[in-house]
Design a protein. Structure first.
Length: 224
């Protein structure tokens, strides 16, 4: 078990590297996108290494510096004319390759739970079933690549389920965090995602997963 624990941080860096690779292939028509993502990743890792995000009982929450820009960027891509032009250049089929990373992320969360850094609720032993979307995405990606799915409805349903599962773990993580707004898991708060390098889960990976679902749904609904 100790080997698993020691392997968690390198494995999470694999998740980060994989996510940046997905940015590289899916944002290829947006030449400045990868450099922006790389700079953002490095800056957040440097900030996290100082322990900045581990100070949680303050207002406004320091975590807003991590998740706020991502939320604004996604809103910009869907509600601003220039943002929509940029969004239309994203390759939705390649961006959906982000979803298998959810398998590795769930393993990382499970090991963090064993280290008493996140509550059981945030793992597949609790109420987090996001790993099912990770595994099912392998099938979805294969069927799409082989043009085996003739109707868009199954894909629309799968993406909505993916969003529900994502919302479930995000809400759980937020409510279990040791902040003035904590509502869950007081016996074991969610402190793992405030530590290096796991802040890149909400700071990079989750926004990409969310963006993939939203971009895919936009495209699929337009093709209905």
């Amino acid at each position: 078990m100790e080997n698993f624990i020691n392997f968690t941080t390198p494995l999470f860096f694999v998740c980060i590297a994989y996510s940046l690779f997905i940015v590289y292939i899916s944002f290829s028509k947006i030449k400045w996108a990868l450099p922006i993502f790389l700079i953002w990743t490095i800056i957040q890792l440097l900030i996290t290494a100082t322990g900045f995000y581990e100070v949680t009982m303050v207002l406004p929450p320091r975590f807003l510096l991590l998740i706020g820009p991502n939320a604004l960027a996604i809103l910009f891509l869907f509600f601003h004319k220039k943002g929509i032009e940029i969004r239309n250049k994203i390759d939705a089929n390649k961006l959906q390759w982000i979803h298998p990373v959810r398998i590795l992320v769930e393993f990382c969360l499970w090991v963090l739970y064993l280290q008493n850094l996140v509550p059981k609720l945030m793992t597949f032993e609790g109420t987090n079933l996001d790993i099912l979307i990770g595994f099912s995405s392998l099938v979805v990606i294969y069927l799409v690549a082989k043009n085996k799915i003739k109707s868009t409805k199954p894909l629309i349903i799968w993406n909505y389920i993916g969003l529900i599962f994502l919302a479930n773990i995000v809400i759980t993580a937020v409510l279990a965090a040791p902040t003035p707004f904590q509502q869950l898991s007081f016996e074991q708060a969610n402190i793992g995602v405030f530590k290096y390098p796991f802040t890149l889960l909400p700071g990079l990976i989750v926004p990409l997963v969310l963006l993939s679902h939203l971009v895919s749904l936009k495209k699929l609904n337009q093709n209905e």
